[in-house]
Design a protein around this ligand. Sequence first.
Ligand SMILES: Nc1ncnc2c1ncn2[C@@H]1O[C@H](COP(=O)(O)OP(=O)(O)OP(=O)(O)O)[C@@H](O)[C@H]1O
Ligand SMILES: [Mg+2]
Length: 241
Amino acid sequence: MATASSNTPALEIRNLEAWYGESHVLHGVDMVVQPGEVVTLLGRNGAGRTTTMRAIMGLTGARRGSVQINGVETIAMATHRIAHLGVGYCPEERGIFSSLSCEENLLLPPVLNTGRKGMSVEEIYAMFPNLAERRHSQGTRLSGGEQQMLAVARILRTGAQLLLLDEISEGLAPVIVQALARMITMLRERGYTVVMVEQNFRFAAPLADRFYVMEHGRIVERFGASELQEKMPVLNQLLGV
Ligand SMILES: Nc1ncnc2c1ncn2[C@@H]1O[C@H](COP(=O)(O)OP(=O)(O)OP(=O)(O)O)[C@@H](O)[C@H]1O
Ligand SMILES: [Mg+2]
């Protein structure tokens, strides 16, 4: 088995194909993310961004190709084993337990045996003061923004270092989206590796080190933050931003 060294990518995807039943959705995705990077996966509705995240986690139907996490091949692994490599997936639907309080939600996730300790509840509250204020509030009583922070906080509890975040800014008010942007900046400062799917280009643009654009289950553009200005015309064409 490969051992992770300082130049081993946190995530390396090669020629990834994925299916839902008979439906062939990913047609050879390539993506490399270095430890500590924040990478955004852009694309129109139905491009295959959520499917890419689900395929990384082993949550689609059949998948083929290569997905390495810290140098470990996971293409034949079950989802729970992939998670134990230190991958945290925050799906679009967030997965908060609405009948439990904020704090109960934070106490629920299993701690992964990744060698890196997950954040304690107190550390979470220091990082997300509004969750501390709402610790005894029931899941359903949290605002959309609070639920989104709680969904990410739960992942940080597990000790995951590679975070896959699907459309966290979706449907939230601008002031909340700003708070989420500060959260991403904080995660970067703490050394987390982040792959975010975003429709909200204005949210993602100032946060990401690099960008990938998907269309019809393939990566059609990739570029770094310094190339963003020159890429605007092509992004406009691909995404209508
Ligand atoms: N469970 C499923 N079964 C069959 N087809 C699916 C399933 N989920 C998604 N698809 C199809 O796969 C394609 C990619 O969907 P995906 O959810 O990955 O898109 P996306 O880029 O996340 O876009 P959005 O979130 O805006 O819908 C779409 O054509 C979609 O209809
Ligand atoms: Mg999606």
